[in-house]
Design a protein around this ligand. Structure first.
Ligand SMILES: Nc1nc2c(ncn2[C@@H]2O[C@H](COP(=O)(O)OP(=O)(O)O)[C@@H](O)[C@H]2O)c(=O)[nH]1
Ligand SMILES: [Mg+2]
Ligand SMILES: [Zn+2]
Length: 291
């Protein structure tokens, strides 16, 4: 059977399959092949009738194989992030478009779908920031405190393995609780039996009905991604319609004449803040290459 690896801790992998959690011993053969199971992995597992799980609510099993991954993130180490929900706050902390845009490029590079979520709309209007992303990514203005927008957000993430990413303090933990509710099936099992035993926080995948949400401490910001600056524009979906139409084939849309990207910015077809982020990231990537 197949299942989702929801947590790895102290030599055990916890796999969710058909409403059950299996406590699986890590098999040596993965390391031999240079493969290490990651939270978020889809795995082949089998029941291990000879063993008993440490918790009566679980069954003992073995992980037999790791299925091919859509993607891998390093920090935190999680796999198969089908959807990256980039979280910002309308206020406290102030939203920074550059931070959002850099995370979006990182997610695009990994082939994760992107949703922008502006939390704390009870504190300030999220409209201004939401407008920047309309037509580029789905935008959800929500409040983890009042519950506003949470049902729509749940509908948008359901069926996909989703991770919330964003700076510390924007409300990722609060949103995770709002989305999963108090009685998250697997969440409850693993909270009760695993979290209590371990003070160090690990990444974990929560499953509740059709919702699969990573709880990833430290998924706060992305480094400037590993990318050649000449490739950067491809990861701005709002630039896509214009690429290849500039006067110069190798136009980087910075100082070149007859640049359709710069024209689109002037005409308001590409948002200024997006273009500013592009220029800043372009410089960063170019600078980094020198060292
Ligand atoms: N007013 C308001 N405060 C919120 C909201 N969501 C989270 N907070 C508060 O913001 C702070 C940071 O939230 P937390 O979930 O820990 O953020 P994280 O660091 O991204 O996980 C906490 O004090 C929360 O109570 C919201 O929608 N509205
Ligand atoms: Mg948190
Ligand atoms: Zn150009």
């Amino acid at each position: 059977m197949t299942g989702k690896l929801i947590k790895g801790i102290a030599g055990f992998y916890y796999v969710y399959s058909g409403g059950q959690v299996y406590e699986c011993k890590a098999r040596g053969k993965f390391r031999i092949k240079g493969q290490t199971p990651m939270v978020g992995d889809l795995v082949e597992l089998s029941l291990d009738p000879a063993s008993t799980a440490s918790d009566p609510s679980m069954l003992a099993g073995t992980v037999d194989a790791i299925l091919p991954r859509l993607n891998e993130y390093d920090r935190p180490p999680i796999a198969n992030v089908e959807l990256c929900v980039i979280v910002a706050a309308a206020k406290d902390p102030e939203p920074l478009t550059y931070v959002i845009d850099r995370m979006a490029v990182s997610a695009e590079l990994k082939d994760s779908e992107v949703i922008i979520c502006i939390n704390k709309e009870d504190l300030a209007s999220a409209e201004e920031i939401a407008k920047i992303y309309e037509g580029i990514y789905p935008v959800h203005c929500v409040s983890a405190v009042t519950g506003e927008g949470i049902e729509d957000l749940k509908a948008a993430i359901s069926g996909k393995q989703a991770a919330l990413a964003g700076p510390s303090g924007v409300g990722k933990s609060s949103l995770t609780n709002a989305i999963l509710g108090e009685n998250a099936e697997v969440g409850e099992i693993s909270k009760k039996t695993l979290r209590g035993k371990n003070t160090t926080r690990h990444s974990e995948l929560f499953a509740k009905g059709d919702i699969f949400l990573f709880d990833t401490p430290g998924f706060t910001s992305f480094e400037t991604p590993e990318l050649d600056e000449t490739e950067l524009a491809k990861y701005f979906p709002d630039f896509e319609a214009y690429l290849g139409k500039c006067r110069f084939d190798n136009c980087m849309h910075i100082n070149e004449p007859d640049c359709v990207i710069k024209d689109a910015v002037k005409e308001g077809k590409i948002k200024k803040s997006r273009y500013t982020s592009y220029k800043t990231m372009y410089k960063e990537l170019k600078e980094r290459k020198k060292y």
